[in-house]
Design a protein around this ligand. Structure first.
Ligand code: GAR
Length: 197
């Protein structure tokens, strides 16, 4: 069984897609051992609780400085002994100690076709606002390994999604989630768990 820890910050629809995939058996040989959020109000923590998965909040606001937060975060991860860490809408930049300690074992979902609309400052709705401002006709999502850069690690899976006339950032975000993110993130985990990568 692949031991997966999912890191979240918000609504957790990608977390839900992973939970559903494990329950339905489309993600094989995988156990979600824990969900960690940096944000105490994240609805994702409720999703974890409903699914019977232990959830934790480690908020930077409750620590004296960033270093203390990073240390506590890494200690919690080490305690959980994950084979794979999944960033599912996790909006905290990972400290170098963590990307080094878990090199090749952290993946992220990003809501565009990398290398478009990625890197510093491109997260959540901002990505879709930028795609619409540029006038692209096709966007999508990417699952990639996480290295010390921002959205720079090796790409695992991508899926394209059409932009439609009249799209707002919110409408486009929802389409990219439904057609791409909730498909390729579970698929990437299944591939890793079953040595198909
Ligand atoms: C998702 O669209 C995810 O791709 C994005 O945040 C959203 C989280 O939604 N992540 C990033 O922008 C990372 N750079 P969710 O909490 O409903 O899964």
């Amino acid at each position: 069984m692949l031991r997966v820890v999912v890191l979240v910050s918000g609504g957790g629809t990608n977390l839900q897609a992973i939970i559903d995939g494990v329950q339905a058996g489309t993600i094989r040989n995988t156990q979600i051992v824990s969900v960690i959020s940096n944000n105490p109000g994240a609805y994702a923590l409720e999703r974890a609780q409903k699914a019977g998965i232990p959830g934790f909040c480690i908020s930077p606001k409750t620590f004296e400085n960033r270093e203390a937060f990073n240390k506590a975060f890494l200690a919690k991860l080490d305690e959980l002994q994950p084979d794979l860490i999944v960033l599912a809408g996790f909006l905290v930049v990972l400290p170098r100690e963590m990307t080094e300690a878990y090199s090749g074992r952290i993946i992220n979902i990003h809501p565009s076709l990398i290398p478009s609309f990625c890197g510093k400052g491109f997260y959540g709705l901002k990505v879709h606002e930028a795609a619409l401002a540029r006038g692209v006709k096709v966007t999508g999502a990417t699952v990639h390994f996480v290295d010390e850069g921002t959205d720079t690690g090796p790409i695992i899976l991508q899926k394209a999604v059409y932009v439609e006339p009249g799209d707002t950032p919110e409408v486009l975000q929802r389409r990219v989630m439904e057609q791409a993110e909730w498909v390729i993130l579970p698929k990437a985990i299944d591939m890793i768990a079953n040595h198909e990568l």
